[in-house]
Design a protein around this ligand. Structure first.
Ligand code: ADP
Length: 164
């Protein structure tokens, strides 16, 4: 397949999960360049890692993937996509409730910027995984190896070690 897109995949990634790894990997198959954007949202409660830490963790988890760049951004994802010269936004869909929210966002984003959103359906192995689930299980001291890359598992454990 000829790679033609410059993609932008925004999200919180707090932390990166195997579901994220799957959609990032699949999105890169369409892109000459894929930007993964970590949304900076200081008012969000219960964050595990700072946006800068998340950038570092993603780089460690996805080493040597060609055409991939990890950035953090403030403000609207669609503005960041436009300023990077992206011609599409990628999002993953895990459930009907994801789809309902994403549909509205995608329509609005295309109206204000002309940039289309492409959706990747979650792989059946990972559709149940979310970062909030990982934070919950981590705080409960559970084994996370089935849900996140190994490097993330050890960093989450270390970050939450004071809870035990
Ligand atoms: P946001 O708060 O913007 O949804 P997330 O970090 O939760 O940020 O998700 C970033 C993107 O990754 C979203 O498009 C989301 O649907 C997708 N995603 C999250 N978890 C999974 C998963 N398990 N499988 C596929 N896509 C996922």
């Amino acid at each position: 397949m000829e790679k033609r897109l410059i993609g932008f995949l925004p999200g919180s990634f707090d932390p990166l999960t195997l579901g994220h790894v799957d959609i990032v990997t699949r999105a890169t198959a369409f892109c000459v360049k894929l930007y993964v954007g970590i949304a900076q949202n200081p008012s969000k409660q219960g964050q595990l890692f700072t946006p800068q830490e998340r950038v570092g963790l993603i780089l460690q988890s996805l080493p040597g993937m060609s055409g991939l760049e990890i950035i953090s951004f403030e403000g609207l994802a669609v503005d960041t996509a436009a300023s990077l010269g992206a011609n599409c936004i990628f999002r993953g869909i895990r459930s009907a409730s994801d789809a309902e929210y994403e549909f509205r966002m995608a329509v609005a984003n295309r109206k204000v910027s002309g940039i289309d959103t492409l959706f990747l359906m979650a792989d059946e192995r990972y559709g149940h995984i979310s970062s909030s689930l990982i934070r919950q299980l981590g705080r409960g001291g559970k084994d996370l190896t089935a849900f996140v890359p190994a490097v993330i598992e050890s960093q989450v454990r270390e970050r939450l070690s004071h809870l035990r």
